[in-house]
Design a binder for this molecule. Structure first.
Ligand code: G1P
Length: 291
């Protein structure tokens, strides 16, 4: 069985839901506490043992590339000022030389098309796909749990979590035929089902382990919902010949593409930080007048 070494991050989206913040700055660089959203997702991938990070970018996204590069001037200044903890933190976060690739999605043709843009860089091996809007906060990183499931069962894996019944139309939904197992075979998948028609409330959380055969299907994939090339359509096609498993994530998932999700993620991640949580709790209590 081939190891999962590479992870794809589609970061070409325009971020129109966050204007004007995203007029000149990529939405992936908005911060949750003091780390850009994309850094949190890269942290998850690296904690799961991923060695090569593949970013599908677009125009106006070059600061993402800068963010994952060394910053010599800054590092020299920190060294000169003896700020060694800050320097060590920067060095820890910088991926190893040759451990990143960047390619551009030239037109916004959908998630399926963005993933297809990674085909040559991924090559003929299974890979992880992480949608950077979705932050997963749990005891164990979501992708690490999925790689464990992949190593046990092979095939394709999709991270899922339960959402409220009135939210199912915003997500890809999977049906595991009533199974409550942590890792369950997928019986059915549907992308953004119309209200009241979802086969379950298990939403695709934006974490995938996919076999490279997906690229052949994406290449031929016709436009689907919203006139875009949909990843879920090609996964449905692949599911006819290859196993797909849902891996239930038991932690919390924040959709930072929505204002509510983004603000909630900031509160949740701040509360996980020993250096911030006590004072932050006081501050929020005061703001909400909860005393
Ligand atoms: C995409 C996927 C969807 C998934 C969602 C998670 O949709 O197509 O299946 O549930 O991400 O955020 P998008 O949010 O790009 O519309």
């Amino acid at each position: 069985m081939k190891r999962i070494r590479k992870a794809v991050f589609p970061v070409a989206g325009l971020g129109t839901r966050f204007l004007p913040a995203t007029k000149a700055m990529p939405k992936e660089m908005l911060t949750v506490v003091d780390r850009p959203v994309i850094q949190h997702v890269v942290d998850e991938a690296r904690a799961a043992g991923i060695e090569h990070l593949i970013f599908i970018t677009g125009r106006n996204k070059h600061i993402i590339e800068d963010h994952f590069d060394k910053q010599f001037e800054l590092e020299a200044t920190l060294r000169g000022r003896n700020k060694l903890a800050e320097l060590a933190a920067l060095e820890r976060d910088t991926p190893p030389a040759g451990g990143t690739s960047f390619t551009r999605q030239q037109e916004p043709l959908g998630l399926g098309h963005a993933v297809w843009c990674a085909r040559d860089i991924v090559g003929n091996e299974p890979f992880a796909l992480l949608l950077p809007d979705m932050l997963h906060l749990g005891v164990k990183p979501c992708l690490a749990e999925m790689i464990e499931a992949y190593e046990a069962k092979g095939g394709n894996h999709i991270g899922v979590y339960p959402v409220a019944d009135d939210e199912t139309h915003q997500y890809g939904i999977v049906d595991v035929a009533g199974s409550s197992d942590k890792v369950a075979k997928i019986a059915r998948m549907v992308e953004k089902p119309a209200k009241g028609t979802a086969p379950s409330n298990l939403a695709i959380s934006g974490r995938y382990i996919l076999q490279p055969t997906i690229f052949d299907l994406l290449e031929k994939q016709e436009r689907g919902a919203g006139g875009e090339i949909q990843l879920t359509d090609s996964m449905l096609e692949l599911a006819k010949t290859e196993a797909f498993h849902a891996v239930r994530f038991d932690g919390r998932v924040y959709d930072t593409g929505s204002k509510l999700g983004f603000l909630s993620a900031n509160v949740a991640y701040a509360m996980m930080r020993a250096d911030i949580a006590p004072d932050f709790r006081k501050a929020i209590t005061e703001i909400l007048d909860l005393r």
